[in-house]
Structures are given as C-alpha cells and as structure tokens.
Design a protein around this ligand. Structure first.
Ligand code: GDP
Ligand code: MG
Length: 724
C-alpha cells in the first residue's frame, strides 16, 4: 500500500483536497492515544490504491503543540511514501516556511499550489516552472474546493512515487557556515546510534535538536548515545549563542524565513496588497531592479574608503615598528649571514605582509558587518542575473568581493555555495581578482612610469581587468570543464537585523586570521627562500667579505665627517650586495626565464636588466607583495630613509633610471603580476578546498598562460596604438 500524507498550514485547503481525492471513501478517528482527529481514506490513482492521510495543519514541525507533534512524528516516520505539501498561493511566503521543514525530511514531495483562484484575484502571478525547479519537485496548481487539478495531482504523485519525475532534486536550506559546522558535529554524534539513524535522517534529527523540538528530544532520550548527543547539543547551542548572538530556534527560523523570502522574491511575479513586513519594505528599495546595483556600488565605495583611510594609521605604526626592528637588528647583530638573513630577508619579507593586516582586517570587518545585517545576501541576489550571463551564480559574488582584500579567504568563502560545480568555478576564477598585495606592486610600478593621474587609471584598470577576466573565465570553464551542471538553488534572504558587535568582531577575526597565519608561515618560509636564492653562493665568499671590510676600513681611515662617511660606507655595501646578487642562484634562474618573458617584458631586446623582472616574479610566486621587496633587492635600490618625503621612493628612482622598462612594458608587468599564478597561500587554500592537486596545478598553469597572453596582447596593441 502506498501512503501519501497531506501537509500544510491550517486553512491551506488540505481537507478540501483530501475530500476531493478520496471522495466518500474515508474514515475519521483519533490518532492513537490522543484526541486529535485523524482522517485517512483510499484513493485510486491509475491502478494503484493509495492511502491518503490528512494531517493537522501546522506552521512548523518543531513546535510544542499536540497537532504539530503528531504531524512531525507521522511525517518523519518511514511509512510515508510521498508528501503532498499543500501551499496557499495567496500566502506563499508564510506557507513556504513549513516547506523548509518538510524538505529536510528528504522524502519524495509534490507541491499542491492551492487557492490559485484567490491568488489570481489578488493579482499574484507565480512562476510555476521556477518554483518547481527551486523546490525540486512538481508544482501542481489546484483549487481544492472546486476539485480542480486533482487528476494532475494524482499523476504527479504517481510519477514521484515511481521515481519517474524529472524535477525531483534534493533541496537544502543553507544555514551558513557556523550552523552547518555544528550540524555536522551533531550528526556525527547521532551516527553513534545505528537504531536512531535507521529511524530518522541524522541531519533532520540534528536540526530538530538545535531547534529544541520535543519529538526529537524524546527520541534521543531513548538512545544509548543520549549523553554524548546531549553534550554536543549543549556545546553547539553555546557556540552559536556566542558567535551569532541568538538561540538555535531563532537562528534556524531566520534562515528558513530567508529561504522562504528568497524563494518568494524569485518566483512571485506580482505581489498583491498583502501585509508587508519591515524586511519587505527595505528589500523593495535595496533589491530594486534599477537602484539595487548603484546602491551596492555606493556601499562598497564607502567600505573601501573607510578601510583605506582608517587602515592607514595602524599600517604606519606597524611599518614604523618594523623599521625600528630593522635598525635594531642591523646594529646589534654582527655582520654576516645571520644578520643578512634577518635584515635582508625575514624582516622586510614578513613586514611587507604584516603591514597589510589592518587593512585586511578592516575590510573583512566591514564585510562581516554587512553579512550579519543580511545585506550581503541581497548583494548576491541583485548580482545574480548579471553573474548568470557569465556562467556564475549570485552567491559567487561575495567571494569575489572578498578577493579584493585577499584571495585566500575568498577561496575559503566559496563554502557557502552549495552546488559543487559553481563552487569549483568560483574557486578557480577568484585568484584573478586583484588583491591588496598586488595593489602594492601597481603602486610602485605605475607610480614610477606614469604621471599620477594615469597611474590611478592604470591601477583601476587592473581591478576591472581582473574582474572582467574572472567573469570570462567563469563562462569558459562552464562551457568546457563544467558543462551543463548548473543546478539552480534558492538564494536565502534572511530578515535584516542589527548585528551584535561581539559576533561581528568574531567573524572579522575568523576571516582575517587566515591572512595573518599566512604571514606567519608561508611568507616567512618564502622570504627565507628568496633570501637564500638571492644571496648564495656569493654571501659565503670569504674573499668578497674580506674585500668589503678592507674598503670600509679605508673609508674610515679617511676621517671624513660622519655624514660623508656613512654615505661612502653605504656605497661600498651596495656594491658588495650587488656583486652577491648578480652571481646568485636567483640571477641564474632569472636569466633562464629570460627567453620566456622577453616577448612581454623586453620586446625589443634592449633591456640589459630584464632578467631581474624574472627574479622578482619568481619570488612573487610565494606572495605577490614580495615582488616589490625583491625588485628592491635585485636592483640594489638604496634603503628608504626615514622622514624624507620625496615624490618617488628610492626604489622608484632606481627603477626609472636603471631598469630599462618603458611605460608599455611596465603595464605588461602589472598585467602579468595580476594574472600569472595565484600566490602560494592561495594555491594551498585551493588545494584544501578542492581536495585535488590537479585543480591546484591547473590554477597555476592557466594563470601563467592567461597572464602571458594578456600581457603579450597589451604590448602588441600598445604598439599598434603608438603607446610606448
Ligand atoms: P485545511 O485547514 O487546510 O484543512 O483547509 P480546508 O480544506 O478546511 O479549507 C479552508 C477553507 O478554504 C475552506 O473554506 C475551503 O472551502 C476553502 N478552500 C479550500 N481550497 C480552496 C481553493 O483552492 N480556493 C478557494 N478560494 N478556497 C479554498
Ligand atoms: Mg483540515
């Protein structure tokens, strides 16, 4: 016997549909042990006899009332074959809230969109096809009290039962990273008890437990794993309370409303004159077709302005701190390899990254704040259409925005994207977004070779180029490696709320920590490696060291004024370092790379120092901000002098005089730096998130190819346009 359960809100028309399906062939009794009415009846669908059960009307499946407990118990028990979710079309959003609970049962479902006559009268038009796709089951319009749509409903039930319905797809509500993590932990504890797992889906139980549902609590009470499960429930609830500032029930309800609201916004074409909540009213403005994007751009401009203006102060303090450390180490540690490792390798390398921490933290803080208010979900919603054109989804937009700070947290942020292919495409294109580390390279290079206003345009152009290429590559990947696997999903629009400061700070810290830990590990190792490659074998040459010491002695014997003496000593040091550098492994490697880079960085074969670009770019593989430091080392630019405000830094002066770059090759250098490969930290994160060496290596290979190609085109077209 096939069992079909009718579930829905009170007054959605369940009993009318029940009567229409079963005719006179039903009986009424009480549910076992309680006095709530139980109606069930038989119905012939095709040649199959089906038992239809009319359940008490409910708004959720986790509440305390007798009716809801009966519905929850019956629906989650194994004997139900198909659930028919009766939806009141004139109150779709409210009705869809229960649907989020029903979807979690992971049962074959049919959606009876009832009261379509009422809805039509109120001017509500619903996109049935979109609704069916997003709900992952057939949607049948019905008018219960006139028995309209009953044949179609029966056919759909049979198709779903026989697994012949093409629209059926498991749908999940995205609860966000924090809640999902706790759910997974809880599922693991639940899985300790096989009997429990056999009776209920672990995820359903986990959700119910976080929701304080009495049904689930009663079930767990009988389990031998009740203590472990109970402890985990308590730990998870405490964690969520601390991180998100609300109880499990509230948080789950918010996400479910977000699902219902988002689904409604995507499928209801014209809303009637129903009651409008505060969220509705704000959304009419913020997700408006015409105003949505300009508002978003204005908000982001504000965020960046705040980030860079407020971030400057701590950035200066940290830079000053590293400068002091640098001076202290160079005057307290005797000259030699250790001093050189610290002074020329570790301190500048790590310092270059650490100065970015305040800016990254502020940017992540702003994004966390916008996320916690619920606005970021709207940003994804309004960008959705645009992103679809390029083969991406609206949810891919948030990681790309975060990528402007740092690509590493961006790759990690793709976790919110449910569809695996969408997620992989987003992971693979996010390194093309220009991050703040690359900004440093642009500032130095563009500032050297362009007039200030042109430099600003060039830097802006890099950001647009990165974003444009991310979109294009998204489309290319969709058409090649990830063909036709684009599954649509609901974009949750949770209610707006004022973020709790503490939880925003925690989220900011979690996002920024990734960046900080990178500076502590990868960059430290990278800076050491770059130092080694650019100082060996020269630094170990005793004769050179001795010659240098003799020259320094000679200078000191001249008894010059202190200023003159230190200047001459600096010249001696520079000459020595230059000698070491030019004989180093890095120099040899740069020369090997030379033929590969010549077409883009030295098209006329006139630059004798072009190999130094190769060294800097190779070092930039570790982290792009190292490019600047390495340029300074390989070109032997004199150190920055504190308190000396000049239009161009010593490095820029040196580059302008000696590097032989033209504005055009400088632009090609910037383009290549933008694209040529993700930094080591990003590659590590890609590896972690895709669990695949193949994709990690792919991201390097296609970046190199793309970077070379676009830089080559830049030079080529630049020539044609007589831009030198
Ligand atoms: P239940 O609480 O879900 O069992 O809902 P009922 O079946 O008792 O229906 C509630 C009310 O809505 C009754 O007055 C029905 O006649 C009416 N009704 C049911 N289906 C429809 C429909 O499709 N259109 C309209 N206009 N009214 C309906
Ligand atoms: Mg009823």
């Amino acid at each position: 016997m096939v069992t079909v359960a009718l579930a829905g809100n009170p007054n959605s028309g369940k009993t009318s549909i029940f009567n229409a399906l079963t005719g006179a062939r039903h009986h009424v009794g009480n549910w076992s042990g309680v006095t709530v009415e139980r109606r069930s009846g038989l119905c012939l669908m095709g040649s199959i006899e089906v038992e239809v059960v009319d359940l008490p009307g409910t708004y959720s499946l986790a509440a305390q009332s007798e009716d809801e407990r009966i519905a929850a118990r019956f629906l989650s028990a194994p004997e139900v074959d198909v659930i028919v979710n009766v939806l009141d079309a004139s109150n779709l959003e409210r009705n869809l809230y229960l649907t989020t609970h029903l979807l979690e049962l992971r049962r074959p479902m049919v959606f009876a969109l009832n009261m379509v006559d009422d809805a039509e009268r109120q001017g509500i038009r619903i996109d049935l096809k979109a609704l069916s796709t997003l709900l992952g089951g057939p949607v049948i319009p019905t008018v219960g009290n006139r028995e309209d749509g009953m044949e179609e409903l029966k056919e759909a039930i049979l198709r779903v039962f026989a697994r012949q319905e093409s629209t059926v797809r498991p749908i999940t509500v995205a609860y966000g990273e924090d809640i999902d993590r706790e759910l997974t932990k809880l599922e693991r504890e639940i899985a300790r008890d096989e009997r429990l797992v056999a009776e209920r889906a672990p995820r359903w139980l986990a959700l119910q437990l976080l929701d304080h549902a009495p049904e689930a609590e009663a079930l767990v009470e009988q389990s031998h794993a009740r203590i472990a499960i109970g402890n985990q429930v308590e730990a998870s609830l405490a964690f969520l309370e601390k991180h998100l500032g609300a109880d499990g029930t509230t948080l789950l309800a918010e996400r479910r409303y977000g699902f219902a609201h988002g689904l409604m916004r995507e499928t209801v074409l014209t809303t009637g004159t129903g009651q409008r909540t505060r969220t509705d009213r704000i959304d009419t403005l913020l997700t408006n077709r015409w105003l949505g994007i300009p508002i978003f751009i204005a908000i982001m401009v504000g965020v960046y302005a705040l980030t860079f203006v407020a971030g400057r102060y701590p950035q200066d303090w940290i830079a000053a701190g590293f400068a002091h450390l640098h001076t202290w180490v160079s005057s307290h540690i005797p000259q030699g390899e250790l001093a050189s490792l610290l002074v020329d390798g570790v301190i500048p390398g790590v310092g270059a990254v650490v100065v970015f921490v305040p800016v990254i933290m502020l940017l992540m803080g702003c994004i966390a704040f916008l996320e916690d208010t619920g606005y970021m979900a709207r940003a994804a919603f309004i960008m959705d259409r645009l992103m679809h054109v390029m083969g991406l989804h609206g949810k891919s937009f948030i990681p790309l925005i975060m990528g402007t700070g740092c690509n590493v947290p961006a790759v990690q942020a793709t976790r919110t994207i449910e569809s695996r292919t969408d997620r992989f495409i987003t992971i693979l294109v996010s390194p093309l977004i220009s991050c703040s580390a690359r900004l440093q390279v642009y500032i130095v290079i563009a500032g050297t070779f362009f007039a200030p206003i042109h430099a600003a345009f060039a830097i802006l152009a890099m950001h647009f180029l990165g974003f444009g290429l991310a979109m294009t590559m998204g489309k290319v990947l969709r058409l090649t490696f990830f063909r036709g696997e684009n599954a649509p999903f609901v974009m949750e629009l949770p209610p707006y709320r004022l973020p709790v400061l503490k939880s925003t700070l925690i989220h900011m810290w979690e996002k920024g920590r990734i960046f900080l830990s990178r500076a502590g590990t990868v960059i430290l190792a990278g800076a050491t490696l770059v130092w080694f490659l650019s100082h060996y074998p020269g630094i170990a040459n005793r004769q050179w060291t001795a010659e240098r010491q003799q020259q320094e002695e000679a200078v000191r014997r001249q008894k010059l004024s202190p200023a003159e003496e230190s200047e001459k000593i600096a010249t001696v040091q520079l000459a020595y370092e230059s000698r070491v550098m030019n004989s180093s492994l890095a120099a040899r490697f740069g020369k090997i790379l030379q033929p590969f880079l010549a077409p883009i960085l030295d098209p006329d074969h006139t630059r004798t120092e072009a190999w130094k670009d190769g060294v800097a770019l190779t070092a930039g593989f570790v982290a792009k901000e190292i490019v600047v430091g390495t340029l300074a080392v390989v070109h032997q630019a004199p150190a920055e002098k504190a308190g000396e405000a000049t239009a161009q830094s010593p490095l820029q002066e040196t580059l302008r005089r000696h590097s032989g770059m033209t504005p055009l090759t400088a632009l090609a250098f910037m383009v290549f730096t933008l694209l040529y490969t993700p930094c080591l930290g990003t590659i590590g994160m890609i590896l972690k998130e895709t669990q695949s060496w193949a994709w990690a290596l792919f991201s390097i290979a296609y970046g190199l190819a793309l970077g070379w190609l676009v830089a080559f085109l830049t030079v080529h077209f630049g020539r044609m346009l007589k831009f030198v």
